[in-house]
Design a binder for this molecule. Sequence first.
Ligand SMILES: NC(=O)c1ccc[n+]([C@@H]2O[C@H](COP(=O)([O-])OP(=O)(O)OC[C@H]3O[C@@H](n4cnc5c(N)ncnc54)[C@H](OP(=O)(O)O)[C@@H]3O)[C@@H](O)[C@H]2O)c1
Length: 317
Amino acid sequence: MKALYFDHFGDNSVLQYGDLPVPQITADEVLVKMKYIGLNFADIYRRKGNYHLEPHLPYINGYEGLGTIVKLGENVTELKCGERILFVDVPLANAELVAVPLTHVIKVPPEIDDKLAAAIGLQGLTADFLAHDLAQSQPGERAFIQGISGGVGQILLQMLTADGIQVSGVTSTRKKQELAFKQGASHVYLRTDQWAEQLCDTFATVFDGVGSTLKQSLALAKHKGQVVFFGMAGGNPTKVDPLALLEHSKSILTGDLWDYLSSRSERQSRFERLASYFISQKIVINEPQCFPLSEGQKAYAFLESGSSNGKILMECR
Ligand SMILES: NC(=O)c1ccc[n+]([C@@H]2O[C@H](COP(=O)([O-])OP(=O)(O)OC[C@H]3O[C@@H](n4cnc5c(N)ncnc54)[C@H](OP(=O)(O)O)[C@@H]3O)[C@@H](O)[C@H]2O)c1
């Protein structure tokens, strides 16, 4: 099979496309022929050697995608060859064929097409756990999103809005600002402006997946408010003094989606909750940007350039 792989950590030039052996499945796994593979910020951390990565020689990045079952392990009785499935936490996914444990299989409702399902898998389930497990904002509350027009940001904005929360945020360009307004944001600031100094409002919840902005996020949270810290797309945060949090009764909540995906039914019910927002058109996202897997280097470079305003997928043709 063809795969995108690397044998040492580094910049984009370490990625190679070529032939590797087909994965062997166990009795509790299915073999999936991939159609779309999702690319995420974490794949860049992994390629650089800064994040947990499945031991494998050579390394194969990627943990999410959509495809068709082509082989069943002997204990798998509830699935059939030819069924389409999605997964968001299975290693070695930058490849034409992936061994997927039955516990990690997500069935996609028929109303959601292949490209949309692949585009919303990890970012959508992340937005869902940030909103519903961590923040648990109540209707009428006000929230702020750092990186409101990123992949997670766009879904989170529309999900919170549909849940009755008033959402503001910050982004980098006028085009992304317009998009966030269209998606329901009440105030959208431009990163290049001196917006934070002029802002008098504070928020019950501030969502921060940018990282380098954590100190600012804490300042934007009101007394008894919370910051939901979930990533470092803009760089590592500076250290936080717990006494400063105590003084204003502020909290930092944090978490990794994978700790919340603890069983097959947990994965399936969370995806169905997410899909319901898309089926009812409460969330609409930009068309994902697709690159052939053979041009995976270009896909990684595009993500790293910061020019994307939606999901990046690699396609097996
Ligand atoms: N905790 C979890 O379980 C979990 C799961 C999935 C993802 N994540 C994290 O979620 C974050 C967002 O992921 P994503 O897939 O949505 O990525 P994405 O689509 O590439 O979005 C990245 C966002 O970060 C913003 N950003 C990047 N560099 C910045 C900087 N220097 N200053 C301010 N803002 C900056 C971008 O703002 P502009 O669009 O305005 O440029 C964009 O909104 C990442 O940190 C990722 O690691 C966490």
